[in-house]
Design a protein around this ligand. Structure first.
Ligand code: URA
Length: 252
């Protein structure tokens, strides 16, 4: 592909803007000593090919797979109502990647509440979004829950046995639940109902004070990724994400 097309595919602006960036000598390719100024210069775009645009280092990814540590006080919507959007935490090229198939740019796979912190996966790979977000795939998600009242074994047993929420007579149960402190639980859910953790914990007579998602399937939030930070998934993490969603089970 041409250098200008490569920049366009990576979210550096319209095709015209990308051609202009190249012509002005603002783009440098890894291993090439001088800026390339021909917008039609042919590039063999391989994964993680390094380049800089106006001094900003970037790497080529045919599709974007990103981990974000969501801080509290952010909304997962592109058009937030009260809090800043999580998308403002991503650099412009990630926010501006062009539409791929049915997917309009980089999207979060699932959502967390405004006050929930922790792991979010974002991608423009429609297949992965479908695989991981499809309810019947039952991808396990692990939440660290801080409760207002002390946790007891009766609450844990009820969360494991199943509780009825107000919008569905069918009980929802935790796939796993363990006490991690006097006032803390680790809860694994394989569904993603609205405010599910908060409503389940309320249903057993306690209340969520703080909520943090530490794991999605085989992927764990890296300890060195601070709140508000993002990074590309490593090839091993991407493979783990793809393996995470087992085949859909038939409807009961
Ligand atoms: N359950 C909730 O109640 N909130 C979240 O953000 C995620 C799961």
């Amino acid at each position: 592909m041409s250098l200008a097309d490569m920049l366009y595919s990576q979210g550096f602006g319209t095709r015209r803007v990308c051609a202009g960036l190249v012509q002005q000598g603002l783009v440098r390719l890894e291993g090439v000593p001088e800026p390339v100024t021909d917008a039609l210069h042919a590039v063999e775009a391989r994964e993680r090919l390094g380049f800089t645009v106006q001094g900003q280092p970037w790497e080529y990814h045919a599709q974007a797979y990103v981990l974000l540590h969501k801080p509290a006080g952010t909304e997962c919507s592109q058009k937030p109502s009260a809090w800043p959007s999580i998308y403002t935490l991503l650099p412009a090229p990630l926010r501006q990647r062009p539409q791929k198939g049915a997917v309009q740019g980089v999207q979060a796979i699932g959502r967390l509440d405004q006050d929930t912190t922790g792991m979010l996966l974002l991608t423009d790979d429609g297949k992965l979004i479908h695989q991981m977000a499809f309810p019947r795939r039952h991808v396990p998600k692990v939440y660290e829950v801080t409760c207002r009242h002390p946790v007891d074994s009766a609450q844990i047993q009820r969360l494991l046995a199943g509780v009825v929420l107000d919008d569905d007579p069918k009980p929802v149960r935790a796939a796993a639940c363990e006490q991690t402190d006097d006032h803390a639980l680790r809860l694994t859910l394989t569904e993603g109902k609205y405010h599910q953790v908060k409503r389940m914990v309320a249903a057993v007579g306690n209340r969520v004070e703080a909520l943090h998602r530490s794991r999605i399937g085989a992927l764990e939030l890296p300890a060195d990724l601070a709140p508000g930070q993002w990074r590309w998934l490593t090839p091993a993490e991407l493979e783990a994400a793809r393996q995470t969603a087992p085949a859909a089970t038939p409807a009961a």
